[in-house]
Ligand binder design. Structure first.
Ligand SMILES: NC(=O)c1ccc[n+]([C@@H]2O[C@H](COP(=O)([O-])OP(=O)(O)OC[C@H]3O[C@@H](n4cnc5c(N)ncnc54)[C@H](OP(=O)(O)O)[C@@H]3O)[C@@H](O)[C@H]2O)c1
Length: 253
């Protein structure tokens, strides 16, 4: 057992705001070439993934800096349709601080957002679909409503079929994105989508912010859906702390 906090070495205990560059160095993707799926989620101490339908009440400024950094490193951000609807998702923006790093990695100016939906009950007039810097992707199944596919495409989104029925097969979604050269994958949930990535065994890494808050109530946990037969084990890759928030990073063993 090791004590990670409080830190006893006075040098290591230096407490200051990290620059976005330092955060980007700390959160780099592995150089494997193949797809790497990372999730970024925040949870209260009692396991809530949201409060009154949003994650913002359990987040913090530093959590949002890491959120932005992880976006700055990603090729594509996968998100469930309900999170898009409830959180009012907007397109990812190009940020000067990540521009050199992205160019050197052969990435465009900002990650594409990939919305996962079976119903395609999405407002395609929103800036996320109609005015992104890089075209928004919509991942759906072959049996998705044809008129909604047309509406998505008319708005400028690229529709990717990644399932034989109405829904998306998580492993096929990862493959379909990798075939397009999108290998640094980031999912921002929500819990129903993340649970499927976990169940399909395709989640490589979890960046979990443990928020020093208690909410009680019946909020979702960070991953939902049917339980795995055997819990999947992850190893701690890094742990940062600021104002009582723990920024953990776990990798699949
Ligand atoms: N704590 C955090 O870090 C965090 C992160 C994200 C979100 N949240 C919170 O989580 C809540 C929303 O999460 P949620 O779990 O209810 O929903 P979600 O996972 O964001 O979205 C669920 C929706 O995604 C689509 N979907 C999921 N799996 C699919 C599949 N295999 N194929 C096709 N479509 C699929 C479906 O959309 P259609 O209905 O369109 O078919 C489904 O209704 C919000 O309150 C949000 O604030 C918290």
């Amino acid at each position: 057992m090791r004590r990670l906090f409080p830190v006893t070495d006075p040098t290591a205990a230096e407490d200051r705001e990290w620059s976005l560059d330092e955060l980007a160095d700390a959160y780099g993707y592995p150089d494997g070439g193949g797809p790497w799926l990372r999730a970024n989620m925040v949870s209260s101490l009692d396991g809530a993934a949201q409060h009154e339908g949003r994650s913002q009440p359990i987040s913090s400024d530093t959590d949002m800096r890491i959120f932005g950094t992880l976006r700055g490193l990603a090729d594509v951000v996968l998100v469930g349709a309900e999170t898009v609807r409830l959180e009012g998702y907007r397109p990812a923006r190009a940020r000067e601080v990540f521009a050199g790093r992205r160019a050197a990695a052969g990435q465009g100016p900002a990650p594409a957002i990939a919305v996962v939906s079976a119903s395609l009950e999405l407002d395609f007039s929103l800036p996320l679909f109609a005015a992104p810097l890089v075209p928004t992707l919509v991942l759906t199944g072959a049996a998705a409503p044809a008129d909604r596919i047309r509406a998505a495409e008319k708005a400028g989104a690229e529709v990717i079929i990644a399932g034989d029925g109405p829904g998306v097969d998580p492993a096929r979604a990862v493959r379909a994105l990798a075939e397009r050269g999108l290998v640094r994958l980031l999912t921002e949930g929500g819990p129903r989508l993340l649970g499927q990535f976990v169940a399909a065994g395709v989640l490589d890494e979890l960046c979990l912010t443990v928020s020093p808050t208690l909410t009680a109530g019946d909020a979702q946990r960070i991953a939902g859906g049917p339980a795995l037969a055997v819990p999947e084990r992850f190893a701690l890759a890094s742990l940062l702390e600021e104002a009582g928030f723990l920024f953990t990073r776990y990798r699949r063993i």
